[in-house]
Design a protein around this ligand. Structure first.
Ligand code: ZN
Length: 252
């Protein structure tokens, strides 16, 4: 077992240095990790000011809890990181007594197994549904969906490899370590840029993860309020959730 404190520091350092050229190799220590397309890692340092390569917007009607809900959908592609992301915005009726200009925001890591197949091994689907519920009932709400954050940023194949390690008894942290993957390799530069592009530098964040607040703050987003997204554990994800609480500082 790896020391919990060391792992916690490693995960936080990964956030701190994810945009730092000198530490990039340490954050991504194994082949197969999603790499920068540009091949020029030094561009990361100045990418706060970089423009998006492409942006497209449309109206997206969705079915949610038996109702049709109209969302704005915005797709983004970053010129330096070359990842695609999607933001959906819900604009409700403005309150006459307390107009809300600070959006409720969920920055959601893509999870094929959870979000699409409703896997019970994680709580991604439940958190996404909870976030959608809060957002469609808010005056101003945004979900930023990041497909490249799959498996806390290690990708789909590595996530399933880590699951196989968990099948042999390791927890979610030690499983990543055992396959040579970072415990958490997600970078929040792109969602921060998306929020700024949409005109929101102050947000209320839907998350249980304190490191996410720090990472967004590092990229210039003020998190004015943390709104918890606690979900009910089941027998398949109880250990996963307790590990996130005990070894990754999640508020669960
Ligand atoms: Zn998941």
């Amino acid at each position: 077992m790896t020391d919990a404190l060391d792992l916690e520091e490693t995960a936080l350092e990964a956030y701190e240095h994810a945009g730092d050229d000198s530490d990039w190799d340490r954050v991504i220590p194994f082949p197969g990790f999603p790499k920068l397309k540009t091949g020029n890692r030094s561009t990361l340092k100045n990418s706060e000011n970089a423009k998006f390569v492409d942006i497209a917007s449309t109206v997206l009607p969705i079915e949610f809890q038996g109702q049709e809900v109209q969302l704005e959908a915005h797709a983004f592609e970053d010129e330096t990181v070359s990842f695609q992301a999607m933001a959906v915005v819900h604009r409700g009726k403005p309150s006459t007594t307390s107009p809300q200009n600070v959006p409720l925001v969920r920055v959601h890591s893509g999870c094929v197994t959870g979000d699409i197949f409703h896997s019970l091994r994680c709580d991604c689907y439940a958190q996404l549904q909870l976030s959608l519920d809060k957002i469609v009932n808010s005056e101003l709400g945004i979900i930023i969906y990041l497909p490249h954050h799959e498996g806390r940023g290690i990708g789909l194949v590595n996530k399933i490899k880590a699951y196989a390690e968990q099948d042999r008894g390791l927890d979610t942290v030690d499983a990543n370590v055992s396959i040579g993957a970072p415990i958490d390799a997600r970078d929040y530069q792109l969602p921060a840029k998306i929020l700024k592009h949409l005109g929101y530098e102050s947000i209320r964040l839907l998350s249980n993860n304190p490191a996410k607040f720090k990472a967004l703050a590092k990229h210039g987003i003020e998190v004015m309020e943390q709104v918890e997204t606690k979900t009910s554990p089941c027998e398949h994800n109880a250990r996963y959730l307790s590990t996130k609480r005990d070894r990754m500082d999640h508020l669960l």
